[in-house]
Design a protein around this ligand. Structure first.
Ligand SMILES: Cc1cc2nc3c(=O)[nH]c(=O)nc-3n(C[C@H](O)[C@H](O)[C@H](O)COP(=O)(O)O)c2cc1C
Length: 184
């Protein structure tokens, strides 16, 4: 069994849509049990039991949102005992602008995983183009990037970003199982 958690903050529902796409993609892999978890409803025991934790936040003012940062700070209790050491980690960020300084937020997540002694997984998916239906249209490799227009989360981020998120979830799940097999 490979339990995984996609933990995220979403102020207006866009990042939440992507969290659910990642979870669905991870659950395509046999023996994976992935669940999405909002930082407004954290179950620390479930996080502790996970083989992989995928962190996700919207970009607010060039940074992960304050609510996600609060979760990061609260995790210092786990950090003291290095309770997440050697778990698989990955990250995703969603913003309004095409750039929106997403790389800064993604690097915050990567550094955060490093502080916990986790094993960061990158995302090797070659972009198929830069249109709304394309895979990895924003060309991000160190994690997943998505972009939402100023519309309801049912309509944006676009179809390509959602498909990319599913592929990302599957990619992380497969690497997690590879890591598990190596440890056996
Ligand atoms: C307080 C605030 C700050 C924001 N700062 C940025 C920013 O720095 N760059 C950007 O591209 N978008 C920025 N946005 C837009 C959000 O990233 C965008 O609307 C995103 O889809 C929100 O995701 P959510 O619905 O999951 O909260 C900001 C939005 C808010 C509310």
């Amino acid at each position: 069994m490979t339990p995984m958690v996609v933990i995220y903050h979403s102020g207006f529902g866009h990042t939440e849509q992507i969290a659910h796409c990642i979870t669905a993609g991870a659950n395509r892999v046999a023996d994976v049990q992935a669940q999405a978890m909002s930082v407004s409803d954290i179950d620390w025991a479930v996080l502790s039991a996970a083989e992989a934790i995928i962190f996700g936040a919207p970009v607010y003012m060039g940074s992960v949102s304050a609510s996600f940062k609060q979760f990061m700070d609260d995790s210092s209790r786990t950090w003291f005992a290095q309770g997440w050491q050697d778990k698989i980690a990955a990250g995703f960020v969603n913003s309004g602008a095409l750039s929106g300084d997403k790389q800064v937020a993604l690097q915050q997540l990567q550094t955060f995983a490093g502080q916990h002694g986790m094993v960061w997984i990158n995302f090797a998916l070659q972009p198929t183009g830069t249109g709304a239906d394309d895979l990895n249209r924003l060309g991000s490799y160190s994690g997943l990037m998505t972009q939402a227009d100023n519309e309801a989360p049912e309509h944006t981020p676009p179809k390509g970003d959602r498909a990319t998120a599913e592929a990302f979830g599957q990619h992380i799940a497969e690497r997690t199982q590879r890591w598990q097999r190596g440890a056996a």
